[in-house]
Design a protein around this ligand. Structure first.
Ligand code: BES
Ligand code: MN
Ligand code: ZN
Length: 510
């Protein structure tokens, strides 16, 4: 159920709500802004507990207080720490509101009111628009849960699960209400896009098949008035997309190549192209993976999921720019017809590839998509892929591995990642690494050995991007998590949906 969001001008000490949320900066030794107003109504309760040092406002810190029945309309007041003022940005707000949503769930509260418009005057650098956007993103992301396969809707301690249903944001005046409404609209669209990506990634391989991804793409295209083309196995064979066909050789499940075109910019203006790896289940193929944790390989379409989420947001935000989305989607299975180690295939671009390891399948399907993208003469291109286990070793679960062929584009993507909280870290695609994918029999081979595995995968892709400014995002470490993180439950993160959307909106503005 989507979260209900409303914004209105009101005073925090006068709203009746089961849960009133106030933020507090670590730098402040006394309540300010909305906190000061509520403190006064509560006879100096916050001033006292801050003086005793019981609540410091450290990032992620929370404290619930229960006002006396008489005179104060909120049932509970939750203080959330937002850390130091100098570090305050939308990501801190997403996290703080995410923590507040978790507290609401713990207390089985369905409605929550945030006194955001009453940020104290010292933090005006975060205006109503961005404050509302960050808060709504945090709340919508935090409230999301994947429960459709649970027969009883899921339960905790024998009681039905309670999820946040309504979020109210309080503004100081009508002007601020308007600002916050606009920001909240963007925040909701962005977070719902990311939640679509998380939902698709959560779906198991027998449900989120390539055909399912194509259906979702068709409905997004219909909503956004986009053109869509979908190739099945026969069409891909005819087109010569033998990278995808080779990966799909071992499965009965129909592979799909999805191309969506959104025209929001000038006619004929070069589009930006997004490419997402859509391996709906990766067994490794003949070079089969160990059984341990293999079920996680349903997430191997997380790049495709983020591209689809982004296109849903594009349909709703309608940026003034042309956008193309390409999704090569297939399972990587094994059978009597599967591609074998040592097989050589001629790719869509015409290059020949020796398949050393059938588990390095992502680069094969992406290479055909990147080569296919050339026909659009893109202004710039970004691909996102759960491509290498090596990026998990190198950068862990916090940083997306970023590579590319254009310094300005790489800098821009990195900056957007900082702003959206989907952070990237660069790896060098130096010429010295190229020889690791030299093949004895073909133009290149699909693995470069253990050293710098993420970089040699990037180099493989680089062989197919031509002169187009391009960035590759390896999201194998960041697409899903074993542990929750404030606004994210454990499971798929939807990364890099927010980054993609922000990048597109930035490009549309310039
Ligand atoms: N989908 C995997 C990469 C992956 C690993 C994603 C862990 C998420 C978590 C990819 O297709 C793969 O198997 N890569 C191989 C490449 C190797 C054979 C060169 C890898 O990283 O081991
Ligand atoms: Mn693989
Ligand atoms: Zn894979």
């Amino acid at each position: 159920m989507p979260l209900n969001i409303s914004i209105r001008t009101d005073h925090p000490a006068r709203v009746s709500t089961p849960l009133l949320v106030l933020q507090h900066f670590q730098d402040d030794s006394e309540p300010l802004g909305a906190g000061a107003a509520v403190d006064e109504a509560l006879g100096g309760l916050f001033s006292r507990l801050m003086k005793r040092g019981d609540f410091k406002g450290r990032h992620g810190e929370t404290l619930v207080v229960y006002p006396p029945d008489a005179g104060f309309p909120a049932e509970r007041v939750l203080l959330v720490g937002v850390g130091k003022r100098q570090d305050f940005a939308m990501q801190q707000l997403r996290k703080a509101v995410g923590s507040a949503v978790r507290e609401a769930e713990r207390m089985r509260v369905r409605d929550m009111t945030l006194a955001l418009g009453h940020l104290d005057r010292k933090s005006e650098h975060m205006g109503g628009h961005f404050a509302a956007r960050g808060a709504v993103e945090g709340a919508v992301l935090a409230a999301w849960d994947y429960r459709e396969l649970k027969t009883d809707g899921g339960s905790e301690e024998d009681e039905p699960v309670v999820r946040l249903e309504t979020l109210t944001l309080l503004a100081r005046d009508d002007e601020e209400t308007e600002e916050m409404r606009a920001g909240a609209d963007v925040g909701r669209i962005v977070a719902e896009a990311e939640n679509l990506a998380r939902e698709l990634a959560s779906k198991p391989g027998n449900i989120a098949t390539p055909t399912h991804l194509a259906e979702v793409a068709r409905s997004i295209a219909a909503e956004g008035g986009m053109e869509i083309t979908v190739f099945d196995r026969a069409a891909m064979e005819k087109e010569g997309m033998r990278g995808i066909v080779a990966v799909a050789a071992g499965t009965e499940e129909e592979p799909q190549f999805i191309a969506m075109e959104y025209r929001g910019g000038a006619e004929g203006a070069p589009p930006v192209v997004l490419v997402g790896k859509g391996v709906t289940f990766d067994t490794g193929g003949i070079s089969i993976k160990p059984a341990q944790k293999m079920e996680e390989m349903k997430y191997d379409m997380s790049g495709a999921a983020a591209v689809l989420g982004t296109m849903q947001a594009v349909a709703r935000l309608r940026p003034r720019i042309n956008v193309v989305a390409l999704i090569p989607a297939t399972e990587n299975l094994l059978s009597g017809r599967a591609t074998k180690p040592g097989d050589v295939i001629r790719m869509y671009s015409g290059k020949t590839v020796e398949v050393i390891n059938t588990d390095a399948e992502g680069r094969l399907i992406l290479a055909d998509a990147l080569a296919y993208a050339q026909r659009y003469e893109p202004a710039a291109m970004i691909d996102a892929a759960t491509l290498t286990g090596a990026v998990v070793i190198g950068l862990g679960h916090e940083a997306i591995g970023l590579m590319g062929n254009d310094g300005d584009l790489m800098d821009h993507v990195r900056a957007v990642g900082e702003r959206t909280g989907e952070r990237c870290w660069p790896l060098p695609l130096w010429d010295e690494f190229r020889k690791q994918i030299d093949s004895d029999v073909a133009d290149i081979k699909n693995t470069g050995g253990r050293p710098a595995g993420t970089i040699t995968a990037g180099w493989f892709l680089k062989e197919f991007v031509g002169d187009v400014p391009w960035v590759h995002l390896d999201i194998a470490g960041t697409a899903y998590r074993d542990e929750p993180m404030s606004y994210l439950r454990k499971g798929p993160t939807g990364i890099p949906t927010r980054l993609f959307i922000e990048w597109i909106r930035d490009r549309a503005e310039r």
